[in-house]
Design a protein around this ligand. Structure first.
Ligand SMILES: *Cc1c(COP(=O)(O)O)cnc(C)c1O
Length: 455
């Protein structure tokens, strides 16, 4: 237990700030890391210590922490028109331009966009759209929402109900009508002797069974991340989305791709659905949408959903929903710039070029016998720690192995995120080869230290 001087940043942080998703024993023991600024993929704390942030903030700071063009886009727009809403038939010119651009880079030839301030609100908004459409179409019972175990869709009451994590029980969630299917993680959920293709088939059959049990006419939508992010970086098993989408189509259930993490390059393509070769009915975007330089989320409706929503709106002449800052002109200007930076100015190319180096570097780190699985794609990877690799036996919970790894990494000047028994690496797309090697070397040193301590 460390005590900090009463006027220190650490003590001041603890005195007046509440912490979300934070292991409080670690904070009490180690103090809060209070950050002042960043350079490229590095951040600096109040003591001047430098960290390579291998999580690019929370998956979102894909252009690093000091991108001049993004800051400039915000400054210019603040001078032009620093804020407006998108209600009552008014919206900023930047909002108009961003919607055009988003549909242009979408997998569809037409569609429409609704703005929020976060990914959670975007998922929440989509659920409300589905409920609104169901009632307007004379099928008010069509309200149930399907998601997968370990799926992460945010923290508002509805998005948390979609998020299939045990901690939501602490809030008495999920709400009624949110159904969680098996997590599509072959390494953990696959049965002895079951091939990956058979595992996929079993998941498709499970979906078919759940639809039969609940009644297709009671299910409003199926939400899925192309790669589960906060669930531990879990890419889909072979043929997964093709198998799932065939079932959904047969029952006329829309597939909503929650691309809050995967969208804008993380998997090596603009969209995760392109990496896994499916076209969803809806895309939910946030995080890299503004490269983390402004809080913003977007619901992007494909052609059929656009028409369905319009049909539902017509009789009541209004969609009574929106946030004060929906389509904020500064956020839209930043997003327009971020899309250019990622898609036109080389960041996506850097992911494509660097993904092999990242995988190779992490494979070497993962050769340690206490790493059970290395999984990922593009610039999102996780290493899962195990007590015994062959039996896939996890470390005892009280050892908080991934917290230890993350804390030891922090000591070595590397920020990475503990998630269950895994450690997540999802760096900025701008990483140089040298920075990539630094990340792998520091992770390797930290893992060796922790596993030696736990041996
Ligand atoms: C982060 C995340 C969200 C929630 O976004 P917030 O901006 O934190 O509300 C939703 N879906 C996925 C896949 C995410 O990773």
């Amino acid at each position: 237990m460390t005590t900090h001087a009463p006027n220190s940043w650490e003590a001041r942080a603890e005195a007046h700030s509440l912490y979300g998703f934070t292991d409080l024993p670690s904070v009490r023991e180690r103090g809060t890391v209070v950050l002042t600024h960043g350079e490229g993929p590095y951040v600096f704390d109040t003591n001047g210590k430098k960290y390579l942030d291998s999580n690019s903030g929370l998956w979102n700071m894909v252009a690093g922490f000091d991108h001049k063009g993004l800051a400039e886009a915000a400054k210019t727009q603040y001078d032009r028109f620093p804020g407006y809403h998108a209600f009552f038939g008014r919206m900023s010119d930047q909002t108009v331009a961003l919607s055009e651009r988003l549909i242009e880079v979408s997998p569809w030839d037409r569609g429409k966009v609704f703005y929020t301030n976060s990914g959670s609100e975007a998922n929440d908004t989509m659920v409300k759209m589905l409920w609104f459409m169901a009632r307007q179409e004379g099928t008010p019972q069509k309200r149930k929402i399907l998601t997968r175990g370990n799926g992460y869709h945010g923290v508002t009451a509805v998005a948390a109900s979609m998020t299939a994590k045990p901690y939501n029980e602490l809030f008495g969630l999920p709400l009624e009508g949110f159904i969680h299917l098996t997590c599509p993680h072959y390494w953990r959920e696959g049965r002895d002797g079951e091939s990956e293709a058979e595992f996929t088939q079993r998941l498709a059959t499970e979906l078919e069974d759940v639809i039969a049990r609940e009644g297709a006419d009671t299910i409003a939508g199926f939400f899925a991340e192309p790669v589960l992010g906060a669930g531990g970086v879990i890419p889909p098993p072979e043929g997964y989305f093709q198998a799932i989408q065939a079932v959904l189509k047969r029952h006329d259930i829309p597939l909503i791709s929650d691309e809050v993490i995967c969208g804008f390059g993380r998997t090596g393509n603009t969209w995760g659905c392109q990496t896994y070769d499916f076209v969803p009915d809806v895309i939910i975007s946030s995080k890299a949408l503004t490269a983390g330089y402004f809080p913003m989320g977007a619901v992007m409706l494909g052609p059929e959903m656009t028409d369905r929503l319009q049909g539902a709106i017509d009789p009541v002449e209004e969609f009574p929903h929106g946030f004060t800052a929906s389509g904020h002109p500064v956020g839209c200007a930043v997003a327009l710039k971020a899309i250019d930076v990622v898609l036109e100015e080389g960041l996506l190319d850097m992911v494509r070029a660097g993904a092999g180096r990242m995988e190779a570097g992490l494979r070497e780190v993962a050769s340690h016998p206490n790493i059970g699985e290395l999984r990922g794609v593009g610039y999102m990877w996780a290493l899962e720690a195990v007590r015994d690799r062959d039996g896939k036996v996890p470390f005892e919970g009280h050892l908080s192995v991934s917290e230890r790894i993350a804390n030891t990494c922090t000591d070595h000047g590397l920020i990475c995120r503990p998630l269950g028994q895994s450690v997540v690496l999802c760096p900025a797309f701008t990483l140089t080869d040298g920075q990539m090697d630094e990340m792998c070397e520091k992770l390797d040193a930290a893992l060796k230290q922790v596993f030696a301590e736990l041996a």
